[in-house]
Design a protein around this ligand. Structure first.
Ligand SMILES: Cc1cc2nc3c(=O)[nH]c(=O)nc-3n(C[C@H](O)[C@H](O)[C@H](O)COP(=O)(O)OP(=O)(O)OC[C@H]3O[C@@H](n4cnc5c(N)ncnc54)[C@H](O)[C@@H]3O)c2cc1C
Length: 452
């Protein structure tokens, strides 16, 4: 088992390379309303608990720690703007039964899926409580998702997925050609499977509004990158660009960047995936995109194209996985993948192919060679939750909530499930990993054919 390397970190100074700025903003971010008031850390402060990283994991870890320890001072820092990180760049499916995007038919082992379901349901309940109890506006829509096939091999993948759902006793509904074509206005699709339980959200809106709704004992600093650390007792020392933070306890929720904090070195496989969004469709154009006002389609083949129609009547598509050398993807690389989203768009709505896209962007998925994830205590008063392995909205929320409860000395069934998760294994040397990822993703993309 790959250990977090806790004892060797104590007392030594670790320099941390912060995340690269993204080459383009995401479509969700630019349509998510007013910017949060920007608060950058300047100067030095002490706090009881520092949470680093404000994605699904970190935001919910900060919220939960502050809820269960209302007497504690909690600080949440992020290197960038909240909502413009991978979490805000995602497709906005909060998935109760997470599919495994690395498998052809998404199917995991049954016990793994049941554990996943249990944790993700808690994640979704926590998201729901933000919406219902704290008024977090995010275009919340619990309509479920359509797994949609455009080819015979896609239909075969759906059948295999349905068999796995049967084994788990899950409800679903077959959606035949006429219905899926009427929902989407696209002749591209030939069959679909509707699985309830997924909630569609506008992720950047959620993250920004949930930040505003955090308990009063949380202070948030954005554009505040952590650049160095000395773990110690009774306080750790974190250096940021313009100040230091000395917390008694830290919860690190920095996705693949957790490996820069002295734990699980060389385990993160940084992979980007890409999306493009149209402008709002006109009334005339809307007659060509089906009868549903908003929906979410997952491709039957995991290397196909994911589609959302948003509540403000935009279409957007995600496809292509690409190894991100040193976690970096440039603007040029983002724009180069746009042609694949355009091809996918043209296949689905040839009558609208001239409209093009308003925004294109990419976002980081952290994978581990063995599909492992980080959850738990990493050292004295150091906790971590990271590595989404593809689907991180519900799962990240559950991880964030549970890691805060663990750090606060609590126990729960979800904590026990997550403690059983396999930790990330060491990746092969970088050259081999990057060539391997490029080869596999390139081949799977070609095999996906018209599912793209
Ligand atoms: C295009 C796309 C579509 C996706 N669609 C879906 C979907 O529909 N459903 C789903 O479940 N998942 C989806 N995902 C995956 C999902 O986005 C991720 O699983 C999720 O964002 C991971 O959340 P996180 O909190 O672990 O990490 P992140 O969102 O990456 O947050 C980590 C944060 O840590 C901060 N950080 C890192 N280093 C430092 C430092 N040194 N100092 C300070 N801050 C630091 C970063 O700035 C970042 O904000 C998608 C991903 C992409 C890219």
């Amino acid at each position: 088992m790959n250990m977090p390397a806790s004892s060797s970190n104590r007392g030594r100074h670790i320099a941390i390379s912060p995340p690269h700025a993204e080459g383009t903003p995401s479509g969700w971010y630019v349509t998510s309303g007013p910017e949060l008031p920007l608060n950058v850390l300047k100067g030095d402060l002490d706090c009881d608990c520092l949470v680093i990283g404000a994605g699904w994991m970190g935001l919910h870890a900060a919220r939960r720690y502050a809820e269960v320890r209302p007497e504690s001072s909690v600080v949440l820092v992020d290197a960038g703007r909240i909502g413009n990180n991978a979490s805000g760049r995602c497709m906005g499916f909060a998935i109760d039964l997470a599919h495994n995007p690395r498998k052809h038919d998404f199917v995991e082992d049954v016990q793994g899926n049941l554990d996943e379901l249990h944790a993700n349901l808690e994640g979704n309940a926590y998201l729901r409580s933000a919406v219902e109890e704290h008024g977090v506006e995010c275009d919340w829509d619990p309509q479920g998702k359509y797994h949609s096939a455009a080819t015979d091999h896609g239909v075969a993948d759906l059948v295999s997925f349905s068999n796995a759902l049967d084994r788990m006793g899950q409800k679903y509904r077959w959606v035949e050609k006429d219905e899926i074509q009427s929902i989407t206005g696209s002749r591209h699709y030939i069959r679909a499977l509707h699985h309830p339980g997924t909630i569609l959200i506008q992720p950047a809106k959620y993250l920004k509004n949930a930040t505003l709704a955090l308990p009063k004992n949380v202070t948030v600093y954005e554009n505040t990158a952590v650049k160095g650390v000395q773990y110690g007792s009774p306080r750790h020392l974190f250096e940021t660009t313009n100040g230091t933070i000395r917390p008694k306890k830290v919860i690190i929720c920095t996705a693949g960047y957790l490996t820069k904090f002295g734990f699980y070195a060389n385990t993160a496989i940084p992979v980007y995936t890409f999306a493009s969004m149209t402008r709002p469709l006109t009334a005339d154009e809307l007659t060509q995109v089906g009868t549903h006002n908003a929906y979410g389609l997952i491709p039957a083949d995991s290397f196909g194209t994911t589609v959302r129609r948003t509540v403000d009547n935009r279409l957007f598509l995600r496809n292509v996985y690409s190894y991100a050398n040193d976690f970096l993807i440039t603007r040029d690389q983002v724009m180069a993948t746009r042609k694949h989203q355009q091809t996918a768009f043209n296949r689905r709505w040839p009558g609208l192919s001239k409209m093009g896209f308003e925004v294109s962007w990419g976002g980081l998925l952290t994978l581990a060679q063995n599909g492992g994830m980080v959850f738990g205590q990493l050292a004295d008063n150091v906790y971590g939750a990271a590595f989404c392995n593809g689907t991180g909205v519900s799962r990240g929320t559950a991880f964030g909530k549970a890691i805060a409860e663990l750090a606060a000395g609590q126990s729960s069934p979800v904590i026990e499930i997550l403690k059983r998760k396999v930790p990330p294994s060491r990746a092969y040397p970088k050259l081999i990993t990057s060539l391997g990822v490029r080869f596999v993703t390139g081949r799977r993309f070609k095999q996906a054919g018209n599912e793209v």
